[in-house]
Design a protein around this ligand. Structure first.
Ligand code: S3P
Length: 166
């Protein structure tokens, strides 16, 4: 089996949906953020403060590269992964890329009480989320093989939708 890369902006449900998908596809889930935190022995906010965003992005790129040698799994990507062309190349070489989307309002509701996303901590409003989303959308779309809207649906419903599309 090839990898199934779940991509999309923060709060589009990548982690939750990866677990729901695991139940119906019976394969492993790899959560990139958690793997990088384990390798670096630091939380994502700590990595951003102590080593910087560029270091974190390099960790993502190296981690993805290593996935080429691993058994097919559901990979829950960090929200910035499709922004680097080399990451997109790697994902396409060893898997299928599924883009999860949601409106800025839905994303805001999902992330507002959570404080582990450094890029949102400065200005966490639906307006700012909408601006970031607009900047990133072309990269997300360019990288994606499939796109699934996640507003107002349960993780189980979305997992079933993805399975049908695969
Ligand atoms: C980021 C998304 C986060 C995490 C980091 C940067 C981004 O992952 O990788 O905070 O640039 O969009 P989630 O999308 O899982 O929140």
């Amino acid at each position: 089996m090839k990898h199934i890369f779940l991509t999309g902006f923060m709060g589009t449900g990548k982690t939750t949906i990866s677990k729901a998908l695991r139940e119906i596809l019976s394969c492993d889930v790899i959560d990139m953020d958690r793997e990088i935190e384990r390798m670096e022995r630091m939380s994502i906010p700590e990595i951003f403060v102590q080593k910087g965003e560029t270091w974190f992005r390099q960790c993502e790129t190296s981690f993805l590269e290593g996935l080429k040698k691993r058994e097919g799994a559901i990979v829950s990507c960090g929200g910035g992964v499709p922004l680097r062309r080399e990451n997109v190349k790697t994902m396409r070489a060893c898997g299928i890329v599924v883009l999860l989307t949601a409106s800025p309002e839905t994303i805001y509701e999902r992330v507002k009480d959570n404080h582990d996303r450094p890029l949102l901590e400065q200005n966490k409003t639906p307006e700012h989320i909408g601006e970031l989303l607009k900047e990133r959308e072309p990269y997300y779309r360019e990288a994606a093989d499939l796109e699934v809207v996640t507003d107002q649906k349960s993780a189980d419903e979305i997992a079933i939708e993805i399975k049908k599309l695969l």
